[in-house]
Write a protein that binds this ligand. Sequence first.
Ligand code: ACO
Length: 376
Amino acid sequence: MTQNEPTVFKGLAGVVVDRTAVSKVDPDSNSLLYRGYPVQELAAQRSFEEVAYLLWNGELPTEDELAEFEEQERSLRHLAPAVRRVIDELPETAHPMDVVRTAVSLIGANDPQVDDASPEANRAKGLRLWAQMPSIVAYDQRRRHGLDLIEPRDDLGYSANFLFMTFGEVPELVVVEAFDVSMIMYAEHSFNASTFTARVITSTMSDLHSAITGAIGALKGPLHGGANEAVLHTFDEIGAGPGAGERAEAWLHRTLDAKHKVMGFGHRVYKHGDSRVPTMYTALITMIEHYDRPDLLELYESLAAAMKARTGILPNLDYPSGPAYHLMGFDTLTFTPIFVAARLTGWTAHIIEQTAANALIRPLSLYNGHEERHLA
Ligand code: ACO
């Protein structure tokens, strides 16, 4: 490094780029607040719909406000024929994140308010996308199995309807509740990579659908949202059942010796454990008991123990959510699109916030290419 050379903050690690009132991630107290409320309290006492309302409006809804909000969301769930046609045109081998990204882009091209960046319009556009996301994700999983689209039911809450549209029936309440908890846990997490992507796109005064399309692209990667899918690939590779403990340990050492990352572990911000894991772990245990799969728990615990013993690195939210979604019956490929449906709430809140106090996001770089040279 030469004198006066600027410091490079690789990966923007440790850089505070703006203020936000949407959520607070505190690695020291290991806490996560949505608009001031601990996420654990929200998961225990409130529905995903109430949390979405909170993120978008800054306050929890009154009874009347919630009733109106739920009615609006339920009335917007149906897919336009054009969206269904485009999904049908995509190969069944397409990754569901590509399907979801394409659908959002198409919905944006058809949205009459696409270029209206007022908070009211952004809230309305976010609501329309959020309401349709289960229809897109569920239909995509079903078509991969040769099954037809199930129309949404407007007598069901967000999570119950999501499960109904995927599986054709509403599972027992304990499953709906565990799914709802996962949606609340995934809803918001300050300036993570996908939210930051959405804010960068918004900062150019582009539109909400473009910002969310970009955010979906960022979320797809296995270092971010794609990790919940990757956890299940790891579990499949190791295999649950007798001897899982030894297999998990051997697998872990092979993986780390080869300098590969173990998906579902580690976090850029939390260094003493992800604040969301205990709540999601409880939901996973409930699912393991409900579906009577102690073998999966043994594999889960063995891998986590071996990782902690060798590296001290702890699980992140994707580690318990992956197996929980698996037990509920979702295809592994569907896990990250579920994360999209949840995080759409946080993305929309950040897009509104970025628009309200905008500054173009344009960092600097330190050139390390060729010295100046000239054409002969
Ligand atoms: N497996 C193996 N080693 C790891 C892991 C992991 N999961 N996480 C961190 N490390 C190691 C790194 O190899 C590095 O070691 P080194 O110093 O010897 O080179 C050290 O810990 C620091 O790791 P970084 O990658 O620099 O930490 P960073 O803060 O940049 O990474 C990240 C955070 C990307 C999440 C990382 O922990 C990771 O890749 N985890 C796996 C992917 C994952 O689960 N992502 C989900 C994130 S949470 C979410 O989206 C809900």
